[in-house]
Design a protein around this ligand. Structure first.
Ligand SMILES: [Zn+2]
Length: 256
C-alpha cells in the first residue's frame, strides 16, 4: 500500500509517540508526509497547581513539536477553540465543532491514511483508557467517514475551497480488536527518543523510557507475528470517491 500522506489525530501531547511512535518513524522513513492533529495542550499532565496553565501548555506544545521533529513529522496542527486556545484537557467531547475542525484538516491535508484512537477501548490490562482518547477517536471516525467525504456535510468548507475527500485507510490505536501489527523492530530507538522528548512527563529518565518502550513493544509483539510491534485495528474504506459525486468530489487519491 502506498501511503503518500498520513494524518494522525490524538488528544494529548505524547499520545502518538506512546501508541504509534514506531509506526510514524517507519512511515516518514518510507517517504510518507505525516501531520499530527492534537486536541489539547496536555495541561492535565502537570499536577502542580502553582504552575500557570498557559505555561504548562506552552511547554508541552514545545515538547510535542520536538518529538514530532525527531520522527520526521511535517507539522503539528493544534485544534483550537475560537480565541486560539487548545481544547481543555479532560473535557474533549465528540461535538460537531470538533468534527468540523477535523473534517477541515482532512480536506486540507487529504491523507491516504488517518491514525487515531479506537473509541471502543475502555480498558487495556490495568490501564483505564482516558475519556479524551475515546472522544477524539469517535470524532475522528465520524470525520473520516462520512463527513469529510460528503459534500453535503459541513458545506461551509466548500466556500473555503476544501473539497470532499475519501481517506482509504484508517488505523486505530489502543483497539480491543487489533488486526494489524506493525513491526517496529527497526524503529525502537526513534520511538524511545521521541517519547523521551516529552521531558515533563518522563522526568528526564531516558533509560526508563527506553525500557518502557521495549516492554510495550514486546507485549504487543506477543500477540502478533513480530517480536516488537505496535498494534492497530485497520479499516479499509471501500467507497466511491465522495458523497453524491459532484465536481468538488472528484479528487484523485494522490491529491488535487
Ligand atoms: Zn492521552
Amino acid at each position: 500500500m502506498g501511503v503518500h500522506r498520513a494524518l494522525v489525530i490524538a488528544a494529548h501531547p505524547d499520545d502518538i509517540e506512546c501508541f504509534a511512535g514506531g509506526t510514524i518513524a517507519l512511515l516518514t522513513r518510507g517517504g510518507t508526509d505525516v501531520v499530527y492533529a492534537l486536541a489539547t495542550g496536555g495541561e492535565g499532565g502537570c499536577n502542580d497547581l502553582t504552575v500557570p496553565t498557559a505555561e504548562v501548555i506552552a511547554k508541552r506544545k514545545r515538547e510535542q513539536e520536538r518529538a514530532a521533529q525527531l520522527l520526521g513529522v511535517e507539522a503539528v496542527e493544534w485544534i483550537s477553540e475560537p480565541g486560539g486556545m487548545t481544547l481543555p484537557d479532560g473535557e474533549v467531547t465528540p461535538s460537531l465543532d470538533l468534527r468540523l475542525a477535523l473534517v477541515r484538516l482532512i480536506r486540507l491535508h487529504r491523507p491516504d491514511l488517518v491514525i487515531s484512537f479506537d473509541p471502543t477501548c475502555m480498558t487495556k490490562g490495568s490501564y483505564v483508557n482516558h475519556a479524551d482518547h475515546r472522544a477524539i477517536g469517535e470524532s475522528a471516525l465520524a470525520a473520516v467517514w462520512p463527513a469529510a467525504a460528503n459534500p453535503r456535510y459541513h458545506v461551509e468548507l466548500l466556500d473555503e475551497g476544501l473539497a470532499p475527500h475519501v481517506t482509504r485507510e484508517l488505523w486505530l490505536m489502543l483497539s480491543p480488536t487489533a488486526n494489524h501489527p506493525v513491526d517496529i523492530s527497526t524503529c525502537l530507538e526513534a520511538k524511545s527518543a521521541a517519547l523521551a522528548a516529552h521531558r515533563s512527563q518522563f522526568t528526564g529518565d531516558d533509560a526508563a523510557v527506553w525500557a518502557r518502550v521495549r516492554r510495550d513493544a514486546e507485549l504487543d509483539g506477543a500477540s502478533s507475528r513480530f517480536e516488537l510491534a505496535e498494534l492497530f485495528h485497520r479499516v479499509q474504506i471501500n467507497a466511491p470517491d465522495a458523497g453524491s459525486g459532484g465536481p468538488a468530489a472528484r479528487v484523485p487519491l494522490d491529491g488535487p
